[in-house]
Structures are given as C-alpha cells and as structure tokens.
Ligand binder design. Structure first.
Ligand SMILES: Nc1ncnc2c1ncn2[C@@H]1O[C@H](COP(=O)(O)OP(=O)(O)OP(=O)(O)O)[C@@H](O)[C@H]1O
Ligand SMILES: [Mg+2]
Length: 261
C-alpha cells in the first residue's frame, strides 16, 4: 500500500545526543479528549488505532499524549496526514455531502443518508480491498461513524492514497452511556449500517474476517489493555471490552453478510 506520511512542522533543531544527525521537531496532530458526548473517546481511539495498525489497515496513526503540565489528563493525538501534493476527496467536508450530481446512479441498499453518494461508489471501486477491510473492521469494533471520516484519491491516474481516521465513536465510545455501550457491543445486531454497505466485495470481506479471527489473544491484550486507567476507562473495563471484542468474532461473518453484502 502507498506509504501514509504525516505533517512535520517546518522548524527542527539538532538533537544534542544524536550521532546520526537526528533533529527535534513537532508533528501536526488533531488532539482529542473525553467529553460528555464521548466519555470514553481517548481509550476507544487508542485501542481501535492499535488494532488497526496490527491488522495493517490504512488508518492515520494515533498515540496517547500528555502536556508537560502533569495534571493534564491523557488525550489522543491523531497524527495529521500530509496532504500536500495529493488530490484527496474529502469525505469529512460536510458542505460537499449533498452537492452530489448522482450521475452514477444509486446502488440499491447503499448508504445515502450522509451524502457523498457518487464519491462513496467511486472510493469503493477505486479501493475495493481497503474499503472492504475498513468496513469489516468497523463492524467488529462497533463503529457506525465512517461516513465523514475518510479521505481518498479517487481519480484512476492518481497515486492511490487512502486513509481512514476518527475511530472515536467505536468500542466503549459507541454511545455516550457506558452500560449501553457494553450492551451494544455484545449485540450481533450492532452496527446496523455502514458507509460502504452494498459497495464492497464478499471475497475481500471474507479475507478480512479471516484476518480478524486469526488475531492471537496476546495481540488483543497488547492493543486494548494498559497498566493504568485511560481517561475515564478503568483497567477492568479495558479487559471487559477486550473480551467482548474477542467474542464478537463469533458472529462477525453473519454481521458482515447482513450489513455489508
Ligand atoms: N489524522 C488526520 N489527518 C488529517 N485530517 C484529520 C485527521 N484526523 C482528523 N482530521 C480532520 O479533522 C476533523 C476532525 O477530526 P475528528 O473527526 O477526529 O473529530 P470529531 O470530533 O470526532 O469530529 P466528528 O464527530 O465531526 O467526526 C476531521 O473531520 C478531519 O477533517
Ligand atoms: Mg470525524
């Protein structure tokens, strides 16, 4: 897959201890925190991001961050993709959502509620493997917030860059109330829709299900559990949601067939 690069600040200074000419600098990021709307956003972004990296998905990398003021709570930094020189279609642009000529027609059953209708069809044609991978992953982690959280080069002669971002509405953050989030995650009926539904190929979805099913337990724990609270999410809750995700694999195929195919 094309390498996804991130935006480096213009000013860097020599690192005193480096023997190879390394420099100190800053990388741009979108910084996210827990809120009433998304009380477990930091944990959910972090855990989903680590799972996505393990699975080799084209998702913007994110890390836990803390400012030098040690009283500051943990936040999540989604590293800002370097977009200059690339011709990304911006699914995150609300204004463009309904500015759609619909020339390509509508595939029966596809997701039309968030607009970008012909762009959704084009992205799934241009990137059949990546979109299938992202869609299956989203169903697994309980993320129905994919419309509006993707950027991709759509023209056939482009370099072919695509990346997903913002898994802040997944896992324990799939709704604003913790008990309900756990209940939804335990349910084989959730999520009920996906931005790429009816636009992805069953072969690629099947391959992704296999990949998710094959994740070893150690990798699940490494991605999803930590030695400390993450924002408002306790260690016990981290293990609880990890067990639920392990279990969700039992009905992932059925969920994919119902929602995506
Ligand atoms: N890693 C990234 N690289 C480039 N742009 C990004 C990245 N992460 C976020 N953005 C941009 O910043 C916007 C806000 O980020 P994000 O979607 O994570 O926030 P949010 O509060 O969850 O927003 P919403 O709820 O509207 O989706 C995105 O819609 C996108 O345009
Ligand atoms: Mg978003």
């Amino acid at each position: 897959m094309p390498i996804l690069t991130y935006e480096l600040g213009t000013r860097t200074t020599p690192n005193d201890r480096s023997t190879t000419g390394a420099r100190d600098g800053y990388v741009a990021a979108i910084i996210k925190q827990d809120s009433d709307l998304r009380p477990a956003q930091v944990y959910s972004e972090l855990a989903a991001n680590r799972l996505a990296q393990f699975l080799g998905l084209p998702v913007a990398v994110g890390v836990a961050v803390q400012s030098r003021r040690t009283t500051d709570s943990l936040r999540f930094a989604s590293l800002k993709a370097a977009e200059s020189g690339l011709d990304y279609y911006d699914f995150t642009d609300h204004d463009a959502s309904f500015d759609d000529d619909g020339d390509d027609g509508i595939v029966p059953g596809m997701h039309v509620e968030s607009g970008h209708v012909s762009a959704l069809q084009r992205v799934c044609q241009r990137f059949p493997l990546e979109t299938a991978q992202i869609a299956v992953f989203d169903l697994w982690i309980g993320n129905d917030d994919r419309p509006g959280n993707l950027k991709a080069e759509l023209s056939e002669d482009s370099f072919g860059a695509i990346f997903a971002m913002d898994q802040g509405a997944s896992l324990l953050s799939c709704t604003d109330r913790r008990p309900l989030a756990l209940e939804l995650l335990r349910s084989a009926d959730f999520p009920r829709f996906h931005a790429f539904q009816k636009l992805v190929a069953s072969l690629y979805c099947g391959e992704m299900i296999e990949r998710i099913t094959a994740i070893p337990d150690w990798a699940m724990y490494a991605a999803m559990t930590f030695d400390d609270n993450v924002g408002s999410v306790t260690i016990a809750e981290q293990y609880e949601v990890c067990e639920i995700l392990k279990d969700r694999r039992r009905f992932l195929r059925e969920l994919v067939e119902r929602v995506l195919l």
